[in-house]
Design a protein around this ligand. Structure first.
Ligand SMILES: Cc1cc2nc3c(=O)[nH]c(=O)nc-3n(C[C@H](O)[C@H](O)[C@H](O)COP(=O)(O)OP(=O)(O)OC[C@H]3O[C@@H](n4cnc5c(N)ncnc54)[C@H](O)[C@@H]3O)c2cc1C
Length: 566
């Protein structure tokens, strides 16, 4: 049986950073298991904006200001001690990426250039390409000879008497179900934006597997109702146009040619936070000032006044996306855009931000799958990648330290788990008829966008819960249409859709239970923030198949909640 001190699940930025840290100083065996190759993660396709206080463009910027911006942007749901830790570590994490070889844009003096992102009081975003971050981390990953388990799908965690034994996994190419013993496991499996399927900027494999597997293992999911919608995704494809465009001065226009943000955020205009802009766009569409109707409705992003040189250099990603995916030259044409699900603030409940440990000893979580509570109810652009490297490193170091303190564990339950999964794989493959998986996925996505989108209310959320329950029943009779053992990607997708159903339920239940509007959770029936009753984290757990809601206080150090300015 494969056996490691530290097993990292997920080959994105958080997973690679965790594996590197566990391997490089701690004399322990480390493996990284991932369903897609490490160079094909969300991290690798990001715009590559990452926040830190480097003072390149503003000598007066401080960590204190960064903390305040992150907490105000998060509408005071952030754990303030965690944010203080995070903000103080971000600069060294970015400088380390620089040393790893990440090619950041430079200013005329050669320092890492910085621009101002939405909701930030100072220029703090350092720009590169997500692709470059992934490649630079991958070079380090190869350097430390980490045992590579790519094209392997995590099926389950095995926990016996509160003690982690390891995981059960599926080799996608061979169809073999096999156990891996591990003293410590780091979950770094990314987000779950695909609950909205076509209306997300996330890659297709962001199916919340790690969250669903932890939920099943008895770990709560925290603050899942906080789903960030990026305001500027191309209307037809959901492909993201980064906020670098708005940072460089792009306008948002409605059908009347009006810069409508002047009515919602007159000071910040197009640099307001993402949820403020997303809400404004959907309001314009709903009130008839958008273009088109139904699923094709949109407003316009105007970059025509921006210098063509800037468009083709600093905004190259935006420029290329518009030309390649929409057939429009942004220096001549308006770009049709609409919000799409972009990021989940919630995730696996991390109970100690200094180690990224969860409620199961030996199980750690980092990156978008984790809720360390630094992003609160809404994250600032550039803060996800900072979180990935800061807490990837933290989790890797803590997992290695934990593993060194443990003796080899009993592996009996791992073998039992393998037998159960072999049976399930065989029985699903053998089905000759049943319900279409695609139909379930499409109904789920439509239901989530319609009822658990940017604006929610009790009625829409109850409709969503009822629909998800029906879909869960249908899921029991799915026919995947592939009886092969080897390379059965239909079975993998079947597992992903099952995970999406659980996460969609957790998102919706959290949203229904939170009877207030905060950050990107906007309830039309409870439009105000309600600190008296809801300045607390939501914890969703699943016990014997039933979902439960609990709460935990937010950690406040010195930033007392103040009213959010419109
Ligand atoms: C288009 C886009 C642009 C973005 N731009 C920015 C930006 O400029 N700045 C910023 O701060 N943030 C940005 N973000 C957000 C940020 O990129 C992500 O939050 C971050 O990259 C997540 O990193 P991660 O390592 O946690 O997860 P990921 O990079 O998503 O990696 C998850 C890994 O887990 C693996 N995995 C998942 N499930 C399983 C399973 N069952 N078994 C095995 N392996 C599994 C996947 O294969 C993958 O390797 C952007 C997001 C998108 C979608």
């Amino acid at each position: 049986m494969l056996s490691f001190d530290v097993l990292v699940i997920g080959g994105g930025g958080a997973g690679m950073r965790a594996a590197i840290e566990a391997a490089r100083a701690h004399e322990c065996s480390v493996a990284l298991l991932t369903k897609a190759h490490p160079l094909r993660s969300t991290t690798g396709c990001t715009g590559g904006g990452i926040n830190a206080v480097l003072n390149s463009a503003d000598p007066d910027d401080t960590v204190e200001k960064y903390i305040k911006d992150t907490i105000v942007g998060g509408d005071y749901l952030n754990d303030q001690d965690a944010v203080e830790f995070f903000a103080s570590q971000a600069a060294s994490a970015v400088k380390e990426l620089d040393r790893f070889g990440v090619p950041f844009f430079r200013d005329e003096t050669g320092r890492i250039a910085q621009s101002r992102g939405g909701g930030a009081s100072a220029p703090r975003v350092c720009w590169t390409l997500g692709h470059a971050i992934a490649h630079s981390l991958y070079e380090q990953y190869l350097r430390y000879e980490i045992y590579d388990l790519s094209d392997v799908f995590l099926l389950d965690l095995t926990v016996e008497n509160g003690r982690l034994q390891g995981v059960i996994a599926l080799n996608i190419q061979t169809g073999t179900v096999f156990p891996i013993a591990a003293k410590a496991v780091v979950m770094a499996t990314g987000g779950a934006g695909r609950i909205y399927w076509q209306r997300t900027t996330d890659p297709v494999d962001c199916t919340g597997d790690g969250l669903a597997i932890c939920l099943k293992a008895g770990i709560a999911l925290k603050d899942t109702e906080f789903v960030q919608f990026h305001p500027t995704a191309l209307a037809a494809t959901g492909i993201l146009l980064s906020e670098a465009a708005r940072g460089a001065g792009a306008y948002l226009l409605n059908r009347d040619g009006e810069r409508f943000m002047s009515r919602y955020e007159p000071e910040k205009m197009e640099l307001a936070t993402r949820d403020a802009i997303s809400t404004a766009i959907e309001t314009e569409i709903r009130e008839g000032r958008g273009y088109g109707t139904g699923a094709g409705a949109h407003v316009m992003l105007d970059l025509r006044h921006i210098d063509r040189g800037i468009l083709q250099d600093k905004l190259k990603q935006v420029y290329d996306a518009a030309v390649k995916f929409e057939g429009l030259d942004p220096s001549e044409s308006l770009l049709p855009i609409r919000p799409a699900c972009h990021y989940m603030m919630g995730g696996i409940d991390v109970v100690d931000f200094k180690t990224c440990t969860t409620s199961i000893p030996g199980l750690f979580a980092a990156g978008e799958c984790a809720c360390v509570s630094v992003q609160g109810a809404n994250r600032l652009g550039g803060n996800a990648l900072s979180e990935v490297v800061v807490f990837g490193k933290t989790a890797g170091a803590a997992a290695a330290a934990y593993a060194k303190s443990q003796l080899v564990s009993d592996h009996a339950s791992l073998q039992d788990g393998v037998s159960c999964w072999q049976l399930r794989f065989a029985s699903v493959r053998a089905r000759q008829s049943g319900i279409s998986l695609t139909k379930i996925r499409e109904r789920l996505a439509a239901c989530m966008w319609e009822n658990v989108g940017i604006s929610r209310n009790a009625r829409s959320l109850q409709v969503a819960l009822d629909t998800i329950c029906e879909l869960k029943q249908d899921y029991e009779s799915v026919e995947i249409g592939d009886s092969q053992q080897r390379g059965n990607s239909a079975f993998v997708h079947y597992l992903e859709v099952g995970n999406l159903l659980d996460i969609a339920y957790a998102v919706t239940l959290g949203a229904l239970s939170r009877r207030e509007s905060r950050g990107c959770h906007q309830r039309s029936d409870f439009p105000a923030r309600d600190d008296a009753n809801f300045l607390k984290h939501t914890l969703i757990s699943k016990i014997d198949g039933d979902f439960h809601v609990n709460y935990r206080p937010v950690s406040i150090t010195k930033y007392l909640p103040t009213e959010r300015k419109p």
